[in-house]
Ligand binder design. Structure first.
Ligand SMILES: NC(=O)CC[C@H](N)C(=O)O
Length: 305
């Protein structure tokens, strides 16, 4: 941890005051109220040792980072059958695009674009008695953190402004790939996106994808080793929408971003690192977050390649 700590302090100070060309997401009105200059980093290693700097203990909206959590639970339920409903190919398109869905007959390219995550939420609605409460329980259990919660204001803001997501869900349903009621599926989707966590909490919850054979405090396995490998692979190839290649090229770790400005990156068997800076580049990924991680993995020579 000492080696990482020194590099994090140094890169944090380097990146903190650079001219940030990004813009805070405002298409979900509630997200625009964030302090645009927030900047936090947290790293947790497989021994559960943690180090953080800056605003690493401030809660923010994790947005699409939640797509990894919903996928994990749906994969646990369905196993390999899940891939009949959603593919595992990079889309090369923006996260909220409708473009490929018609040609692909309502089967989303991957679970980390909005279309794919909406199908994953439909799978969860089919399996869970109380989808919102049960999914939250799953997150609380794998993180051993009973304080995790949704931000109802953000969820409501998404509901009233989520025209594209409503379109996506209805369009996919027209192909038969949404089995439940559209409102119920979207209600779960908007809530999962509204989950709020700190950088520290995020770097801890994702230990289940960092550590082989991870078990919860109750001694239960979350997903199998093979499932862990596959989810990390999808993060590497699809975690940053049409900038996934760029992230793999510059940072070299499996990761996932959200329009709240958070990025989670995993070095399997070593650590999980999280950066939060709300100003986003044109592809919807945190501008400073990507820069920080590029410098961090370069200086520590700790990418997976
Ligand atoms: N990329 C993201 O973080 C997008 C999530 C956002 N809730 C949406 O549905 O548009």
């Amino acid at each position: 941890m000492e080696k990482y700590k020194e590099v994090i302090e140094c890169v944090y100070n380097d990146v903190k005051n650079i001219d940030d060309i990004g813009k805070v997401a405002s298409y979900i009105p509630e997200l625009a109220f964030v302090d645009a200059n927030s900047f936090g980093i947290s790293i947790t290693n497989i021994k559960n040792e943690n180090f953080g700097i800056g605003d690493f203990e401030t809660k923010f909206s994790i947005q699409s980072i939640s797509k990894v959590l919903t996928l994990s639970l749906a994969y646990k339920f369905e196993g390999a059958e899940l891939w009949d409903r959603v593919d595992v190919e990079p889309s090369g398109n923006p996260f909220n695009s409708l473009l490929q869905l018609e040609a692909d007959l309502g089967k989303p390219r991957n679970p980390f674009i909005n279309a794919g995550a909406i199908v994953i939420c439909d799978v969860l609605v089919s399996h869970l008695k109380n989808p919102k409460a049960d999914f939250l329980d799953f997150c609380r259990e794998i993180s051993n953190n009973p304080t995790l919660n949704y931000d109802e204001k953000v969820a409501e803001s998404e509901r009233v402004s989520g025209f594209r997501n409503v379109a996506l869900c209805n369009f996919i349903k027209s192909f038969g790939n949404i089995k439940n009621n559209v409102e119920e599926v979207l209600d779960l989707y908007f809530h999962t996106c509204s989950l709020e966590m700190t950088c520290k909490e995020l770097s801890q919850i994702f230990l289940f994808l960092t550590i082989d054979n991870f078990t919860t405090k109750k001694g239960e396995k979350v997903i199998t080793e093979s499932q862990t490998k596959r989810i990390n692979a999808i993060m590497l190839t699809c975690g940053f929408y049409d900038e996934s290649g760029e992230f793999a090229f510059r940072v070299g770790l499996p990761g996932k971003s959200g329009v709240g400005g958070g990025i989670v990156a995993i070095h399997p068997d070593k650590y999980c690192i999280v950066v939060w800076s709300p100003k986003l580049n044109k592809k919807g990924n945190s501008y400073k977050g990507m820069l920080f991680l590029e410098k961090f993995t370069s200086k520590t020579a700790s990418s997976i390649f």
